[in-house]
Design a binder for this molecule. Structure first.
Ligand SMILES: *[C@@H]1O[C@H](CO)[C@@H](O)[C@H](O)[C@H]1NC(C)=O
Ligand SMILES: *[C@@H]1O[C@H](CO)[C@@H](O)[C@H](O)[C@H]1NC(C)=O
Ligand SMILES: *[C@@H]1O[C@H](CO)[C@@H](O)[C@H](O)[C@H]1NC(C)=O
Ligand SMILES: *[C@@H]1O[C@H](CO)[C@@H](O)[C@H](O)[C@H]1NC(C)=O
Ligand SMILES: *[C@@H]1O[C@H](CO)[C@@H](O)[C@H](O)[C@H]1NC(C)=O
Ligand SMILES: *[C@@H]1O[C@H](CO)[C@@H](O)[C@H](O)[C@H]1NC(C)=O
Ligand SMILES: *[C@@H]1O[C@H](CO)[C@@H](O)[C@H](O)[C@H]1NC(C)=O
Length: 578
């Protein structure tokens, strides 16, 4: 999820935000009843800016209804895709293929089925949000130890894309590695009534396909997760220069259970999150309400977007660095939204229960106020509009990657200030998984968020540097792209980085031989079809391709396809000043 931009006035606005906020809109829109629909993601733009259509949207309320929907569609050989209410995946995972496709929404599959205190498990339907999951677990004195930081994701969505928190400890940082049982509705032959429920348990190899499934195996109807007793943790953010960051990166996560980093490369700063479990009698009732996930006044959002657009259009790199520095100091002074007691930040460490510190997203569930306030990326207001890269690089290679980025900063000191407006590079530990499409080794996941123009043909300030980092990550260092983030080029050849990809495809063939739950995009990223990259004028600006000729950049605006500066095999859109 996004990490968000701030300016000084944020504090003035904060008081207004408390009045109320408009929750995000429904991303499935149908023109008549539940037919003739479009679906989009939370940003209302896919990487290729296309629109995604479906003939019908279905809203099952039970597994029984789900079965009859899948059976009916299978008997008619209609394409299906599952969509979540919050729709946070950036690529087109949720688009049903074909002309006659069906969207199956998990909106009403949002119940907690069972919490077993003695076995320390929770069973939920797929539309349950991370927030609900954390809340229901905590109510029983239990905790999912590691989870994403944005709580507006659903359980089905997290499994579909391999969402994670940050740790190298225990069973690792990915939510899907805590699944001990899962029920999934898949197509079936006529003799079985065209649909069937499969129950997969820990140890069953097919579960390793279903843990991270991209939604192509069927519809998950129930998930059981292994929890732990609820615990307290103690968080301290420490800011250091980044001189030895390359050395620290691979070892810090062994020292602290919930370690992560926020890196501001152009400022040569890195914030270390020193975060560990503490005995539950440790004093403290801390709360995390990340500033970038709060309701924000639309007027303020328009102001910062306008400032950013202006700085981009006049190529004001100095201005971006100043605003980046201000943003960072506001965030660090405000402890990113941590408080010691739910209202005030008085100092580190912040100690509290895991359910109050792991995740946040208060802009999600506020009352209607006619868009006076909104989530900062809400497409209905003029607000933040960005690209988001997310890739993980094996721990053994991460030092070299970090040092390559540092070399780029030495060559172009202001090039990465733009990312500071979105709170720098968020870097989290991820762990090798038995999931066929899960992480192959322990790694560091880099989330980089940065300006996207509303005009697909408009190059960005220092276009070339972020393109080089992106190509370096996925090509030179063999990084794995997050399935729910990224631009098209990051997925080229990605499937070949998974040792057990063929095992995954076997299960897909078994569960859904007709590919009813697949679409063009999933076929492409699974290596079944060509066409991940789209070659056309300006394609590299949007990450739809790696440039191979000048027209893929913006030659009329002075941007030409050239080799990278540090990774010379990269091909990036470089501004040549005459
Ligand atoms: C379907 O919806 C589109 C707008 O999204 C509209 O232009 C079109 O007329 C509708 N078609 C039918 C058959 O209702
Ligand atoms: C199957 O779907 C079609 C088209 O949506 C619908 O008219 C029909 O009633 C459905 N049949 C069943 C048994 O649900
Ligand atoms: C499930 O979702 C529906 C529709 O959004 C909502 O009205 C209901 O309160 C939700 N149930 C729970 C348990 O959150
Ligand atoms: C769960 O959510 C409800 C409603 O937001 C809240 O009142 C309650 O304190 C939460 N429980 C826990 C254990 O977080
Ligand atoms: C970075 O910090 C270390 C101590 O933590 C110090 O030795 C070093 O000189 C600093 N480097 C720069 C460039 O400030
Ligand atoms: C917490 O509990 C442990 C034993 O359970 C005890 O030794 C320790 O003194 C307690 N700490 C506080 C701050 O109460
Ligand atoms: C691939 O799958 C096999 C069989 O399930 C398993 O033994 C092996 O560890 C898996 N390898 C990876 C890298 O996940």
């Amino acid at each position: 999820m996004a990490k968000i931009q701030f300016v000084v006035t944020y504090w003035i606005c904060l008081t207004i935000c408390l009045v109320g906020c408009t929750p995000p809109e429904d991303h499935i829109k149908c023109s008549s009843g539940n037919t003739n629909c479009t679906i989009t993601n939370t940003y209302a733009t896919f990487p290729d800016r296309s629109i995604c259509r479906a003939a019908e949207a279905m809203y099952p309320k039970s597994e029984q209804e789900l079965i009859s929907i899948v059976a009916n569609a299978t008997s008619l050989q209609r394409k299906m895709k599952v969509a979540t209410t919050t729709s946070h995946s950036i690529p087109k995972l949720m688009c049903p293929g074909g002309e006659n496709g069906i969207i199956i929404s998990t909106k009403y599959l949002n119940r907690t089925v069972n919490v077993d205190k003695s076995a320390m498990t929770i069973t939920v339907e797929p539309g349950v949000t991370l927030r609900q999951l954390i809340n229901a677990s905590a109510a029983a004195g239990l905790a999912l130890p590691y989870a994403p930081y944005w709580w507006g994701l659903t359980v089905g969505g997290m499994l579909g894309t391999g969402a994670h928190g940050s740790t190298l400890w225990g069973l690792g940082s990915a939510v899907h590695d805590y699944v001990i049982q899962l029920r999934i509705v898949t197509p079936a032959g006529p003799d079985e009534g065209y649909a069937k429920v499969r129950t997969l348990r820990n140890g069953d190899p097919e579960l390793n396909a279903a843990r991270v499934s991209l939604g192509v195996l069927g519809v998950i109807s129930q998930v059981t997760l292994q929890l732990q007793p609820l615990f307290k943790r103690s968080i301290t953010y420490v800011q250091k220069n980044d001189s030895d960051f390359g050395d620290q990166a691979s070892t810090f996560g062994r020292q602290h259970e919930f370690a992560d980093f926020t890196w501001y490369p152009s400022q040569h700063k890195v914030v270390y999150r020193i975060d560990d479990r503490v005995p539950s009698n440790t004093t403290g009732n801390g709360l995390y309400d990340f500033m970038g996930f709060r309701s924000t006044p639309s007027l303020f959002l328009a102001l910062i977007r306008t400032a950013e657009e202006t700085q981009e259009s006049i190529r004001d790199a100095v201005g971006k660095c100043i605003n980046g520095g201000i943003t960072t100091s506001i965030l660090t002074n405000a402890a990113y939204g941590l408080t010691n007691d739910g209202s005030m930040f008085k100092g580190y460490p912040v100690v509290g229960y895991n359910n109050r510190l792991q995740s946040s997203g208060s802009c999600l569930d506020s009352p209607q106020d006619g868009l006076i306030t909104a989530c900062p990326w809400d497409p209905r207001v003029k607000g933040l509009y960005y690209f988001q890269n997310g890739f993980s690089i094996g721990l053994s290679k991460v030092k070299d990657f970090i040092q390559d980025v540092q070399k780029l900063v030495t060559l172009q000191p202001r090039a990465l200030c733009g990312a500071d407006l979105y709170d720098g590079f968020l870097i989290r530990y991820v762990t090798a998984s038995s999931a066929y499409l899960g992480k192959q080794e322990d790694a560091l996941d880099f989330d980089i968020t940065y300006y996207r123009s509303k005009d697909p043909m408009a190059p960005r300030l220092y276009e070339d540097i972020l393109e080089e980092i992106e190509q370096m990550a996925v090509i030179k260092y063999g990084g794995l792209p997050h399935w729910g983030k990224n631009r098209n080029l990051a997925f080229v050849g990605a499937i070949n980085k998974y040792q057990n990809a063929t095992e995954f495809l076997k299960v897909k063939q078994l569960y859904d031989p007709l590919g009813l739950f697949s679409n063009e995009w999933t076929d492409q990223i699974l290596g079944i079809k060509d066409g991940i990259t789209i070659m056309k004028d300006g394609c590299a600006l949007e990450g739809l391709c790696i440039c191979s000729q000048d027209s893929h950049c913006a030659p009329q605006k002075g941007y030409f396809c050239r080799p990278g500066k540090v990774y010379t095999n990269a091909r990036v859109c470089t501004r040549l000043s005459s």
